[in-house]
Design a protein around this ligand. Sequence first.
Ligand code: CDP
Length: 208
Amino acid sequence: MIVAIDGPAASGKGTLGKRIAEHFGFAHLDTGLLYRAVARDVLARGAALENEMVAIDCARSLDPASLADPVLRQAGIGEAASIVARIEEVRTALLQFQREFALRKPGAVLDGRDIGTVVCPDADVKIFVTAQPEVRARRRHLERRAAGDDISYREVLNLIRQRDARDAGRASAPMRPASDAVLLDTTNLDIETAFDAAVGLIKRKIGQ
Ligand code: CDP
């Protein structure tokens, strides 16, 4: 059983993925961590994020054990990740790890931008989680304030808009819903309601 969850930053896909995996006893992979880790490794080598040769090398030599590094959860690294994520060879280098993960039994939940379209086009359930940029910015702003960051709401909204444009506008595996994905708009949905909707979809698929 493969559950693919895609969507833009702060749409709620990560929380949803984690809860679905816990509920069904499936493995969970936040694929954003892979791109975040590549960005971290590029910066650690003292290179620019736009340095394609270094980024490709970092993706090819990525150590999956380093995905637990708490640095990857820091706010700025999400933006850095979206810069290296534009590079086609970086994406190719990360494919095998994701596809092997997807085969875990009894099931796997992968969340990202291109899971339903590129990584697992044959996933059993595909969900594309969206929400209006202003609502996502409000969520991300609250998270960042809670973490002690005094960034303004306007600035967070600008970052979200920039990232949406970069992720949806790139040539390689752009963020978009697969043609057979179910759209889940969380603009006016709390996490419980979104979770119930997703569980319902999966249960129908399993035939429960
Ligand atoms: O948590 P948040 O939504 O802010 O970001 P993330 O899911 O950790 O992803 C960080 C960046 O990695 C995204 O903006 C994408 O550019 C890239 N990414 C991707 O290209 N493909 C994926 N499957 C997952 C993330």
